[in-house]
Design a protein around this ligand. Structure first.
Ligand code: SF4
Length: 270
């Protein structure tokens, strides 16, 4: 069964295929929407507030400004309604606001927003990595005191357990962005940073030719596997404990968990 392969990939779609090829197929080929969850909305809200904070002039990047931005976004820009509309809530609106506020104010323990030299935020980037078209948005680029480029991302979840996630996997997304920046704009990033805001922890690594090469190989081999799966129509179901959190299991469309909806739909249309 020949399926149409996506014209381009992103660091997150590459990650998704590597996590579970079937999950990639259901998301990017069958295009089944995954509803927002408490955790995804929390992460997006924190990203948005910090994006606005870093649009303010350096001396205005205070916790007072942060409170005003968060409260305006919450009440006037649809965030309260998004939380209200969640299918599964992990608490009240107040619980959501408290979790967000704690993560946001932890930023001051990890860096001084007044002296952070922001170069750009939510930057769209399109690049050809060894012939593979990659698109995505870099959350944040800043410049270090010596002018070198730092790519950062904010996380509101746990720090990954090294038993279950290798360092290469943990850094893949940001390494892919560093690679895309080099390939499309000939700019070399020197450092990558992950802010685990809820835990008040920052991890950083230096960008090296070696780790960029690992990311490059990952992108090229994943593209080849996706094309192969689209030709054969076979997408492996990687069944793990994490399936219990997968939307496709919940809505009964994953073939590994008796899902028959998609196959039934396809048979009917053939
Ligand atoms: S339920 Fe498991 S096997 Fe099925 S798509 Fe989700 S992660 Fe993959």
């Amino acid at each position: 069964m020949l399926l149409e392969a996506p014209s381009h990939l992103s660091p997150s779609s590459v990650n998704l295929f590597r996590d579970c090829p079937q999950k990639f197929k259901l998301s990017y080929i069958d295009k089944i929407k995954v509803p927002s969850t408490w955790h995804t909305v929390l992460g997006s809200f924190v990203h948005k507030v910090l994006e606005c904070l870093y649009q303010a002039s350096p001396n205005d990047r205070t916790q007072e400004t942060l409170k005003k931005i968060a409260s305006d976004l919450w009440s006037n820009h649809g965030w309260s309604a998004q939380v209200e509309g969640l299918i599964e809530k992990h608490g009240t609106d107040l619980d959501f606001k408290q979790s967000a506020f704690e993560a946001l104010t932890n930023l001051w323990s990890l860096e001084d927003p007044v002296v952070t030299n922001i170069e750009g935020q939510e930057i769209e980037i399109i690049a050809s990595v060894d012939g593979v078209v990659m698109k995505g948005y870099i959350d944040r680029i800043s410049l270090d005191t010596d002018g070198s480029i730092v790519i950062s991302d904010y996380k509101t979840g746990k720090v990954p357990n090294p038993k279950f996630k290798s360092e290469d996997d943990k850094w893949f997304q940001l390494l892919a962005y560093a690679l895309m920046l080099r390939e499309s704009q000939q700019k070399l990033a020197s450092t990558l940073e992950l802010f685990y805001l809820s835990k008040k922890i920052k991890h950083s690594i230096s960008v090296t030719d070696k780790n960029l090469e690992i990311a490059q190989r990952t992108i090229v081999s994943t593209r080849a596997s996706i094309d192969e799966s689209c030709k054969s129509g076979e997408f492996l179901c990687k069944v793990t404990k994490l399936c219990d959190w997968c939307h496709f299991k919940k809505v009964n469309v994953c073939p590994a968990h008796n899902g028959s909806f998609i196959e039934a739909l396809r048979t009917r249309n053939e």
